[in-house]
Write a protein that binds this ligand. Structure first.
Ligand SMILES: Nc1ncnc2c1ncn2[C@@H]1O[C@H](COP(=O)(O)OP(=O)(O)OP(=O)(O)O)[C@@H](O)[C@H]1O
Ligand SMILES: [Mg+2]
Length: 288
């Protein structure tokens, strides 16, 4: 599913003394099956943007087209869009409420008015997709689970709607490193195996450099950069720092190595690439 955002503006508390422009005339396009990392400092507008993409928030100006449907058109029935664009909000485990995991995951598909067999089949498939064994977990209370497992249940609930686009707002916030890796692995798998378009906001630059195909960098409600992680990170280090973002650790390392006189290529972004560069330079030095 392609998404086109045109001149989108959102103002909270418009007309009030404390009004704030959270999105300021932003435009971009996301292609079908892309994996988009949304990054930016706290308050830059990531969550506000995410909430526009399935119609939860309405823009003050601008348009959003999803597969040519203008979802800002007030006459459009948003139910169809919400089936196709699934959003996992920040700390989604707070929205778990049913007494069993099975019932919680079945909640969304049940609201679509599907047949019972179809609902059961979707619950099983989405539990398998997030790596939760159906028999072992179906009757457990969501509240018995670890943080990472609860988040898997919440993601399974959205996957059970069979969305073509999966949007996740800081899906690893508050998890320990193990839980964080598990969730990122899961999202990578969903992108690859189910061909879902993924839009993911995160403060983890290292993970975004590894996972995303496209990065959107937000700054005070505007798009500062958009491009591949290599284009965004490798060419704009000082600007990214200026707007309050970390840069991937690999780039910190290459900067330090350059300061020490190592002639590291400008386009390296992964640890393997740095390793190759260091070996190349050392081989060159041995020959001298
Ligand atoms: N419900 C709201 N009412 C008023 N202002 C809001 C509301 N939600 C967000 N804002 C303001 O809008 C701006 C954008 O906030 P948003 O939550 O979209 O940023 P964010 O990039 O998601 O930040 P974070 O990284 O902390 O999640 C901020 O200035 C914020 O204070
Ligand atoms: Mg946010």
């Amino acid at each position: 599913m392609s998404i086109i955002v045109k001149n989108l503006t959102h103002i909270y508390n418009e007309g009030m003394p404390f009004a704030s422009k959270a999105l300021d005339d932003i435009s971009f396009e996301i292609k079908d099956q892309d994996f988009v990392g949304l990054i930016g400092h706290t308050g830059s507008g990531k969550s506000t943007l995410i909430q526009h993409l399935n119609g939860i928030l309405k823009p003050h100006a601008g348009k959003i087209y999803i597969n040519d449907f203008d979802i800002t058109d007030p006459t459009l029935n948003l139910t169809d869009i919400r089936k196709r664009v699934g959003v996992v909000f920040q700390y989604p485990e707070y929205q778990l409420f049913e007494e069993t995991i099975e019932k919680d995951i079945a909640f969304g598909p049940s609201n679509l008015g599907l047949e019972v067999e179809e609902i059961n089949s979707r619950v099983k498939t989405s539990m398998a997709a997030v790596g939760l064994d159906y028999e072992a977990f179906k009757d457990k209370s969501p509240f018995e689970l670890s943080g990472g497992q609860k988040r898997r249940v919440a993601i399974a609930g959205v996957i059970a709607m069979n969305p073509e686009v999966l949007i996740l707002d800081e899906p690893t916030a508050g998890l320990d490193p193990g839980g964080r890796d598990e969730i990122f692995e899961l999202i990578k798998k969903l992108h690859k195996e189910k061909n879902m378009t993924i839009i993911l906001s995160s403060h983890s630059m290292d993970d975004m450099a590894k996972l995303a195909k496209t990065l959107i960098v937000m700054n005070h409600g505007k798009i500062e950069f958009m491009g591949s992680p290599r284009e965004v990170f490798n060419s704009n280090i000082s600007r990214l720092k200026e707007i309050g973002l970390d840069i991937p650790q690999v780039l910190e390392l290459t900067m330090k190595l350059r300061d020490k006189g190592f002639d590291i290529r400008e386009d390296v972004l992964t640890l393997d690439e740095v390793k190759e560069e260091i070996l190349r330079i050392m081989r060159g030095r041995k020959k001298c």
